[in-house]
Design a protein around this ligand. Structure first.
Ligand SMILES: Cc1cc2nc3c(=O)[nH]c(=O)nc-3n(C[C@H](O)[C@H](O)[C@H](O)COP(=O)(O)OP(=O)(O)OC[C@H]3O[C@@H](n4cnc5c(N)ncnc54)[C@H](O)[C@@H]3O)c2cc1C
Length: 431
């Protein structure tokens, strides 16, 4: 049963500035296919693209429009690795496993580059990212992370002193940074729409405005909507936080292991004749090293995109601009009264250990979700891993599938516990 409407609100700057996307029909009547996919974000479209390219009959069912979930409304920051630092993955899983995970994530980055080039996806892909520290503890942690990544052979990192950082990010809030030439940013909506175009060109059929209300398991599983039914050899569940939030009973095993967290963004008006230069002197993405972090970057038309907030209740504040403006003003006091022209929110799916959750509900029902805020690279990769698993190549799929994911404590009452966890992270950020 559907619990509530999915909590994505506000028209993003991406949607407001994009040209109209082709409309795909709703699912009506009975259809049969080799692979049925739920969800048209990076995960589902990534899988559809790979499978259609290998000659499978693929049909994808999306409850809203392509990219209406997190994939079309996120921060657009492409960040090396996973949500947890590799130092903490090495402590938890051993250095060899951390290194294998690093290599997998780098393969995801390579895949993203290749897809954008091969399918000529115009999405403003730009390299360069600074992770800025607010306190000495964070600088030490970033240096430890950089040392481990260098051991793994990653040579794109450079320390930035306070002065070096300030020459690029003109804010007095930070005490230094690590610059990563192998991370960057893109327009997330253009990217997800480009994937949809490539998947349909490869032969995948897309159905929009068709919420899946039921999953039927069996020898030939099916996705069922109000007006249609899609039966297949394999079903791939790629609905991420929106599936958990909107249809918690469809796959309860996943619902227990995923927390939908609301996150929000604003776009300022174009910043006047001097443009972004007085704030951000280079076209890079920036995030701070807090748990509940601020992140920002510029747009080609001279706006500042600024994001932050993590509401573990799953509800974004009613007044996103009002909630984000003080954070923006802390970074750039001169922008305290800047006009904010777009504000929006979306859902991030987090797991308890902040690693993606990939696996099988049955031999022919596979899923991938829970990228914990690092989905632009990892969700695209997960789509490819799902496609590999369908076609019988299990090595990379199994590397992630064998990670154990504990349920969130509190069962159906998990929200109060997570709100308490958020307070804990806020306190940690203060230390
Ligand atoms: C505000 C915000 C900022 C973020 N910033 C970043 C960032 O800077 N960098 C980064 O790497 N990641 C970021 N993320 C996370 C990233 O966007 C996601 O990890 C990624 O988009 C997940 O892709 P997906 O395809 O798995 O899910 P989604 O893009 O959410 O797609 C899932 C789709 O499934 C559909 N669906 C769900 N249930 C059903 C159903 N029952 N029937 C039919 N369809 C259904 C939904 O409508 C949705 O379109 C951010 C997320 C948000 C919300």
């Amino acid at each position: 049963m559907k619990r509530s409407s999915a909590r994505s609100e506000g028209l993003s700057w991406y949607a407001a500035s994009a040209s109209p996307a082709p409309l795909h029909p709703p699912l009506a009547g009975d259809h049969d296919t080799d692979v049925a996919i739920l969800g048209a974000g990076y995960t589902g479209l990534g899988a559809a693209l790979e499978l259609a390219g290998r000659g499978y009959r693929v049909a994808l069912v999306e409850g809203a429009r392509v990219g209406d979930g997190a994939s079309g409304r996120n921060g657009g920051q492409l960040i090396t690795g996973f949500n947890p630092p590799f130092t903490s993955l090495a402590a938890r899983h051993g250095v060899a496993e951390a290194r294998a995970l690093f290599e997998l994530a780098e393969a995801g980055k390579k895949l993203l580059r290749e897809r954008i080039a091969r399918h000529a996806i115009a999405c403003d892909l730009t390299w360069g990212f600074a992770c800025a520290a607010l306190k000495p503890r964070q600088l030490r942690e970033l240096a430890d992370e950089a040392a481990l990544l260098q051991r793994f052979g990653y040579d794109a990192l450079a320390p930035w002193s306070e002065a070096e950082l300030r020459a690029v990010v003109r804010s007095e809030r930070y005490i230094g940074a690590w610059y990563d030439a192998g991370s960057g940013h893109l327009n997330p909506l253009s990217y997800v729409r480009g994937l949809a175009r490539a998947a349909t060109a490869a032969g995948a059929r897309l159905f929009e405005r068709s919420p899946v209300v039921r999953l039927e398991a069996g020898k030939r599983p099916a996705l069922v909507t109000a007006d249609g039914r899609l039966t297949a050899d394999f079903v791939l569940l790629c609905g991420n936080a929106y599936l958990i939030e909107g249809w918690p009973d469809l796959a309860p095993h996943l619902t227990r292991r995923i927390m939908p967290v609301a996150s929000a963004m604003v776009a300022t008006a174009p910043l006047g004749p001097a443009g972004l230069a007085p704030y951000l002197a280079r076209d890079i993405a920036v995030a701070d090293a807090n748990h509940i972090l601020d992140y920002f970057r510029g747009t080609p038309d001279g706006r500042l995109l600024f994001g932050g907030l993590a509401r573990y209740s799953g509800r974004a504040p009613r007044d996103v601009a009002g909630a984000l403006r003080p954070r923006l003003a802390r970074v750039f006091p001169a922008l305290a009264a800047v006009p904010i022209e777009h504000q929006w929110s979306g859902l991030v799916a987090i797991t308890r250990d902040r690693l993606p959750y990939i696996g099988r509900l049955a031999p022919n029902i596979l899923f991938a979700l829970g990228y914990s805020g690092h989905g632009i690279i990892l969700a695209g990769l997960a789509g490819a891993l799902l496609a590999e698993a369908v076609s019988g190549t299990l090595e990379r799929f199994d590397r992630l599938a064998r990670l154990r994911h504990a349920p969130f404590p509190g069962g159906p009452f998990k929200t109060p516990i997570l709100v308490a966890a958020m307070l804990y992270y806020r306190l940690r950020d203060m230390l």
